[in-house]
Unconditional design. Sequence first.
Length: 429
Amino acid sequence: MRVTLALRWRLLLLWLFMLVVSGALAYIIREVYQLGSEVQAQKSVEQTAQACAALQTEYGRSVKPGENIVDRELMNAVLNVTLDDLPGVEGGFWHASSRFVAYAFPSHVGTEKKKDVPFTERKRVEALAGRSVARGVSLVDVLSGSREIVVLAACPVKSERHLAAWTMARSPVAAGKAYDEVNRGLGLLLAFVIISGLWLTFSLYDWSKYFTRVERDLAENSTNASREIATTGDAELDRVVTAFNQFRTRLDTERAHAAELGTLLERSERFTALGRMAAAVAHEVRNPIAAMQLKAKNALAQPDSQRRALEFVLREIRRLDETVEELLKKAEPVSTHSRLVGVPNWLMERVDAFAEQSAGAGIDLRTKVDVESWSFDPLSLGRALDNLIANAIQHTPRGGVVTVAAKKNASDTAMILQVSDTGPVSPLT
């Protein structure tokens, strides 16, 4: 599973990395500073003084007491051995009476070996060596020029015998200035890194503050969907905020459209319910009208049965009136009115309504009653039973039998009304 750090932690790690880089740059600057003009000059002074002291020690140890103090071959040998490992350092020996008795520059870069004392520094070297012999101490002189710094050192070898060793080194000022420029450049780079780290810290703080505000607005927006989230001023976060506000606008539009479609659907369902109710009304009214029509025709054909036919018509009219009343009550909660009913008489009344219809169709309509009385709503149950009987007569061929039976279940807790016929089985729809 891949672990992804939060943006604030990644930025913090970046800032810490910049701090490490800043520390490394500080160390580099410190090391480079050692090569600056002043430090370079100081190193030249130390190197020149050490070389002069080495010449003083080596030659003083090599000359035996009583021998000639000026031994040019020995001096040249000591100079070459001592100065060979010191790049840029030249030197020699000076005697009060013989002046410059030996000179060497082993590390000189050139095709020819340098043998002569530099003319421009000759008088200064001679004066410094004379003072060193006169005082009996080592002396150092630094001459600063626009192009280079010249460092001179003089050490008395045998002050009582007027002999001194001297060394000289040159430190180019141009190189020192170049190092100074490097120092300033690295200093500016370090300052830039520190300022960048501070800027990143404040930017991270502001970004976290803006992000927290957007997060709070989103949480509040869950309870107030119509409220837009205000922009923060941060370009990246404002892109997210703008996208969210646009999404919220589209969502509101879709919700309004969905509500409109819901209203249309509800209206359509109402029309569908009205159509179904109209079909139910037609189905409920058709059976009594058909029965009354048949009775009226029979009454016209048989005058002696008119009274009986009129009673039947009145009864069916009452039934139609009750049906209409029930339909008007459809808008009200459904309720039934149960009462104790004599099942044989009630069932015979329902079957008699279809007697002439079944006789005209050549169908034998029978009853089978095994229940004396039961508590139920005779009107509602009568409508349901009438529909079953009408359907049975409609689907039974001439010469068939339709049986209407009433019986109890095995536990005597319910009454079962059953309409059976000898017609074909109706397909399920």
